[in-house]
Design a protein around this ligand. Sequence first.
Ligand code: ADP
Length: 320
Amino acid sequence: VQRIAVLTSGGDSPGMNAAIRAVVRKAIFHGLEVIGIQRGFGGFIEADMGPMNLSSVADIIHRGGTILRTARSEEFKTPEGRAKAFANVQRFGIQGLVVIGGDGSFRGADIFNSEYNLPVVGVPGTIDNDITGTEYSIGFDTAINTVVEAINKIRDTATSHERTFILEVMGRESGYIALMAGLAGGAESILIPELRHSMDEVCEKLVRGYKRGKLHSIIIVAEGAASGLEVGRQIREKTGLETKVTILGHLQRGGTPTAFDRILASRMGAKAVEILMDGCRKQMVGMVGGNIVAGPLDNAFKGKRPIEMDIFNLANILSI
Ligand code: ADP
């Protein structure tokens, strides 16, 4: 392998830049050339790409988002779109591709590999942490720290006013952000899309807590489980308690990546280059048991990652 390419695709996540930096510098360290592709598979199709050097990735390790930008490309889902991308593979002499993104991006990379046999490596970058085959994806730690910071601030005002606060967080299909931030922030109840929840039980727990002398309660809702506003309305109706709803939204996507995410991204980006140099055809980088490993790419989209019930149960016990 002499020349590889790197792109970021799908939803952005904090730490993607640290991963790009690692891919570029690790590759150059081993004498490879690196092509940076802009706007994900969109730029791949449109030849929006060019060589990167050591200084292309200077001063980015601490920046959220991605300097290569990201996009969703409907055209890449068509054979015609992918044929255009392959023409650019030939034109630029690309011998391996690192795709930093989520399971949708890996699916695209997998199909492209089956059609054109270009070696591809997936690096999991998504705040949702919903990718099978890795314990952590790049950006998740930053996102939950953002949520915990919000919980801390809400807790200050909640204590002063004796109110029930509802915090809606990201996670259309995955409750990982809600679960982990809820555990770290000491939320009273955590509503996630993976589990059915009963508003009656949520309300009973709330009322029990207030009777015992709790000054406030925080309920964390993944957007895929329910709308925060709707949860607030139901609690008000069922209990008569005053509720305040905060929807965190895209705040959770941004911010300077935490040390954890930078380290994870640096290790994963470097591993992706090693995998390509080893001559692998189709792999995904993951963290398993604290180690950075190579695994099958299709793990990521074969099945949905199950939620860790022991953590959910623990959060419930501790928030009694
Ligand atoms: P994420 O990678 O964050 O899960 P998406 O699911 O939006 O994000 O996927 C990102 C991009 O990956 C899509 O816009 C598309 O270009 C490509 N992709 C996703 N699924 C497929 C597929 N089945 N075939 C080809 N390309 C795909």
